[in-house]
Ligand binder design. Sequence first.
Ligand code: NAD
Ligand code: DAU
Length: 335
Amino acid sequence: MSRVLVSGGCGFIGSHLVRRLVREHPDLEVVNIDLLTYAGRPENVADLADEPRYAFVHGDIANADDVARAAEGCDGIINVAAESHVDRSIMGGDEFVTTNVLGTKRLLDHARAHGLRYLQVSTDEVYGDVEAPHRSVETDPLHGSSPYAASKAAGDLLVLSYARTYGLNASITRGSNTYGPYQFPEKLIPLFTTNAFDGKELPLYGDGMQVREMLFVEDHCAAIDLVYHHGAAGEAYNVGAEHEVPNIETAHRIIELTGADPASLVRVADRPGHDRRYALDCAKLRALGWERRTDFDTGLARTVEWFRENRAWWEAITSGEAYADYSAKNYGARG
Ligand code: NAD
Ligand code: DAU
């Protein structure tokens, strides 16, 4: 039996990953360390409550004692935890550096001290804007545009430095924009879907022609699992859908799937520093045996259905004061 520490397992991607690791690897125990920030929802992994190969530790990855407590007996660490929302990073909070940089260092230090395998879950945003027709390859320079992207790039550089300087068995995945069930309704797809169900406006930033590669969460988690088990030390692997979608098209598809009034789509002030396009070359990951299984039409339809059927999950969030405060701050200023 081996044991892995997954950070951020109560968040969106982390909850799918924890569930997948328990399901796909009968010889693996999974420990989930999560600080339970606004984005950490214990109910995302409620189905694992009676699973003997799963344990939860409430703790902060930026706290060395919490990390040591959670990682006891582990052979490896997968760092999924992060402050993950670009718009919140633009509001200026320190937590992006504390969690995404210092938290990464704390986990790396523990992995180094105990000779553990390490996987950093990173993002295509570390490459910054990518002009067509180029698709980012793993050796491209890092150019994070937002404070979020910069903090993730700093995390990546720390990981690569530990692999080179200390010989740490560490790899990185750089995923594209991910969507699916349990995504916090501040991100484009769950926000527009839940707003559509509530008859609210869908606030499109700028001209809506920014391009994202929308990746279904289960495909992303399959890649993380694969790279954790088979990726090479000191290497990064792009994880993208290799299918580019402008935001305005995503918005129109959500309107069709939810039956919302097309007039609910409104243009609002753009995101400062907004990256126009991300696009990933995933040849390196495919050479390891990964391929995307869920196309955008199928994944989006499944996701919208999930939100339709799980109103109680998202209403517990959207009816809260913290969510209202954030929405007023982010959207109130956009006019
Ligand atoms: P999320 O915001 O849904 O979840 C983050 C989780 O981390 C939450 O459960 C939160 O409580 C936890 N957390 C935050 N700070 C912590 C700390 N200091 N210690 C312990 N736990 C802490 O995020 P997500 O969208 O699931 O993203 C997960 C990871 O994947 C992030 O590293 C993000 O950069 C990366 N990523 C996300 C996407 C995407 O589109 N969502 C795409 C590519 C990469
Ligand atoms: O690409 C990977 C990244 O994808 C991850 O690293 C981040 O953690 C994740 O949040 C996501 O970042 P984005 O900024 O791309 O996601 P978001 O859903 O916030 O925005 C997607 C696009 O939609 C982006 O171009 C901004 C636009 N948008 C977003 C919101 C919330 C709108 O037009 N209106 C909105 O209200």
